[in-house]
Every structure is written in C-alpha cells, then in structure tokens.
Design a protein around this ligand. Sequence first.
Ligand code: ADP
Length: 431
Amino acid sequence: ASEPIWTVHVEVRLASKARRRLDTVQDLVRDFITSSFERLSLPSVLGGWEVDQTLASSVERIAVSESSCPSTSLSLNEISLQIHTYQPSENDTVEEYANGSGDGGEGGLAASVSELPCRSWEGLWEGLIYADNIKLKLLDYIYATIILSDANVDFNLVSWNRVVLLHGPPGTGKTSLCRALAQKLSIRLSHRYTQARLLEINSHSLFSRWFSESGKLVQRLFNSIMEMVEDEDCFVVVLIDEVESLTAARAAAMAGTEPSDGLRVVNALLTQLDKLKHRRNVLVMSTSNLAKAIDSAFVDRADIIQYVDNPPREAIYEILRSSLCEFVLKGIVQEVSVPPLEDVLATEKHGWHSGTRLSEEIIDPSHAQKDKIGKALLGLADKCREQSLSGRALRRLPVLALARYIGTGVGASSIPTSLSPTRLSSKSALQ
Ligand code: ADP
C-alpha cells in the first residue's frame, strides 16, 4: 500500500517591495524546498532560502503550517505541497462606522473594515494555543464549505448558513481566533480571491442605546457588505462580536422599555444575514461570552457552534513557554532553554531523576537546568489551571512577574545592560 499523501500548506510572505510574478516565486519556493529538505517539521519556519537572489529580494518569511496529520514531521514523498504567497497590507483599518449618539460617543465604534491579510495580525494564529486542535478543526470546516460552494452543490440538498459561533468565558481568545481565521483564509484563498476584507461589527455598540440610529447603521453596514460581496474576487468575512447583545435588544423591546425599534433592528440584522448565505464569498463569524443569552434565532443560523474554554494545563504550559521564549529572544531574561511540553511530561512520567536523566546530566549539565525550568513552568501551569486563568490573564502574567521582580530591587541591575538604557530605562518606566 502506498503512503498516504498529506497536503502541507506553505505560506510565503512577500516583501512589500516584491515585484516578481507570483507563480515565479511559488516555483522557486517549491524548488528550494524539494532540493533542500528530506523532511519537513510541522509547523516550522524555514531558513536558508536567502542564498537565492530572487527569493532574497522578494520573500520575507517562509512558514510551513501545522497539518491534521498526527506526526509533527513528514518526509517529502508523503507530502503534497500547496504554496501560498501573500503580501500583507500595512494599514489596519480602511473604514469605520460610528454609532452616532452625539453625546460623547456613547454608542462607540460600531464597525470597522480591514484589508486582509494585514501586517498587524501576523503571528496571531500561532500565538493562540488550544488543546484539542480547535484551530485546525475550524479551518478545515470552513474550507469544506468553501469547496462545496465552489462545486456549486445544490443548496436544496446540502445547505448551510455560512455562520460560525464561538462561545465561552471571556478572555479565551474568541475574537482573536476569528481574526486569525480570517487572516488564514485570506492567505489560503489568495489564489482564488485577489482581495479579502474583514468587517467587524461590535454588537454591543451597535445595540447600546440608540435603536433608531442603529436601524440606519445596520442598513448602511449591510449595504456596504453587499457592495463588497458583489465583487466576486473579494472574500468577505463579517465578524459579529458579543452577539448576546442582540438578545438584550430584543428583550428590551419585548419589555416595552424601548419601543419596537429594538426588535426591528434585530430582525433587520437577521434578515440581512439570511441574504448573505447565498453568496459564496462570504463567511460570518460571531462570538459570545454568554451562550445561554444568545438570541435563539441567531443560534439556529449557526452551522458551527464551538465552545472555547479556558486553557487546560498543557495549553497553559505552551502559552507560558512562548512568552518566556519571547523574553529570552528579546534579551529581557538571560538565555535559558525552555523544554517543549513533551519532554517535560516524559520526564514527569519517568521520574524527574531517573537513571538516564542523571547520566545525561553528567554529560551535559544544561540538561539539569532545562529539567528544572520545565518542572517549575509545569508547576506554575498547574497553579494557573487551579485558578481557571483565561488566556488573556496568562498573556499578562509575564508582565506582572517582571514588574514584581523589578520591584524587589534586584531586578533592575540584573536586566541585561544592553536593554537598560532604552527599553527598560528606569524602574518607573514600567510602573
Ligand atoms: P475573547 O474574545 O474570548 O474575550 P480575546 O480574543 O479578546 O478573547 O483574547 C484576548 C487576548 O488573550 C488574545 O489576544 C491573546 O493574546 C490572549 N489569549 C486568549 N486566549 C488565548 C489562548 N488560548 N492562547 C493564547 N493566547 C490567548
């Protein structure tokens, strides 16, 4: 039996000044990979391409993506390479919609449009760490619906609404995950869609108070979505954040505190969403912190309802590890090697100081240090788990730790001198 062939996506970020033909660059990247590697690690960032003049002048980064294949490394003859080139846009927001309340901007920014892929969301995907492959599952699912619409599958036989709902406790990365997915899709679909845009609707601002204003705004928003969608070369992602606000608006309408305006706005939004389901170049993503409170009419429309929880021990370890590695990379803490989770778990399982470990330590004392760091970080991960810390709280933890360290007085002097004058100029700068 022949080996299964896995599709491996390679994402090539082009330099902003790159003017080469895309297919030329793709061919060069393919040649480079096939001639330089026997195996690829998934995921990984490739190096060594700089020696090729053309690649050096047109490419910034070549990254091999993770895949649903169970092993983390594949031999090239088990791989079918899909090479995607993209040039991230430099500007974040291209258009904004405010909910015109007039008095001090109570309504806030109700929506904004960004060009994708954009530079500020580079690395967002990699930085989000979940336990059970949620990211890939979602990506595969969305990919599947895109294949179906591409194949012109009869909507009477197989149908879906192009709506994804992520719900779970606050700070678990739901909004970021939607943005990261949108960015990923814009890269992976770049051969089909020359443009991609993300329209973010903040339902909380949209439904905050001024329902009569909101009604007009919903209309305006969906008019612009329709305009974007008319262009079949443009892939449009609509992100509806805090979708539970819809329910609040409906409830207020029912209770009679807000005349039927509120209800009209919610209904208008749902009707507009229904119109989008026939457009193949659209995806609607939504988030909520309170699944129970989401309008049932909205939940009914979601094809995927994914619960996103606070990270478990393993994911916490990886989140903390990636923060610590960044500290090392930027010279904030002294150079140490932080072991990957598998190593720590293996050591934990076989006892921290089994015979083999001890002999390794004699050969290489850095092993002992690595073990110690791994063990300490895993202990910390356990503590964070006990307190059910969210991903957001975990990403903040290193800042608090550094601040406390500096606060003890020993910190300032042990921070590398190369950093102290500029980035960590004084104790007060951080406080
Ligand atoms: P939510 O929409 O669920 O409230 P956000 O998307 O606003 O959460 O998350 C805020 C930040 O918290 C993210 O940008 C990220 O830095 C961090 N974060 C949250 N969850 C995770 C996670 N699972 N892995 C890594 N970082 C996370």
